[in-house]
Design a protein around this ligand. Structure first.
Ligand SMILES: [Zn+2]
Length: 173
């Protein structure tokens, strides 16, 4: 009887592990994509005063997507896409991305990181937020589990696209 109980709880444990594994591989797609894996952006005017934390966060995020999925963002002053910052005192509002699309193709994106977020200067937080916001423009949406698109992730330790995110991008491009 005792052994049966142990086996039953072991099986239950394995089932729970399997279930949580499948949840962590659940990317969600927006239904839009960049016209190609090469895209451009220009810097917004709020960064003219040398907001280095924000700007280097966006740049590190840009590089992270190239490393993870060969998505090649380059700075071009005549780009229709803009990366910028805004100020709103908060400990929970980190960033935002507005994506305009037509027939499933992104025609314009505008991303902002919140310079008024009290955590934004912590190590890797701006980068993590940038990678997440780029993810929206690329075409992946909020999800749970081990994903840069998980809004509850620890931004100081998760700051690059995860396997689930890369799988989502591979499914689109
Ligand atoms: Zn988001």
């Amino acid at each position: 009887m005792k052994i049966k109980k142990v086996v039953t709880s072991l099986l239950l444990g394995i089932t729970i592990i399997l279930a949580s594994t499948s949840v962590s591989e659940a990317y969600v797609l927006h239904g839009w994509k960049l016209p190609s894996k090469s895209s451009t952006y220009k810097w917004g005017t709020n960064l003219d005063d040398g907001s280095s934390v924000i700007k280097s966060g966006w740049s590190a995020a840009d590089s992270a997507w190239y490393t993870a999925s060969s998505i090649n963002f380059t700075v071009n002053t005549s780009s229709v896409n803009t990366l910028n910052s805004w100020y709103e005192y908060s400990s929970t509002y980190y960033g935002r991305m507005t994506t305009t699309h037509s027939d499933g193709k992104v025609t314009k994106f505008a991303g902002d990181l919140n310079s008024g977020n009290t955590n934004i200067t912590k190590s890797n937080v701006a980068k993590s937020t940038g990678v997440h916001e780029f993810g929206h423009a690329i075409g992946i949406a909020h999800t749970g589990g081990t994903s840069i698109m998980n809004s509850s992730r620890d931004r100081t330790t998760m700051h690059t696209p995860q396997t689930d995110d890369k799988n989502g991008v591979n499914a689109i491009y």
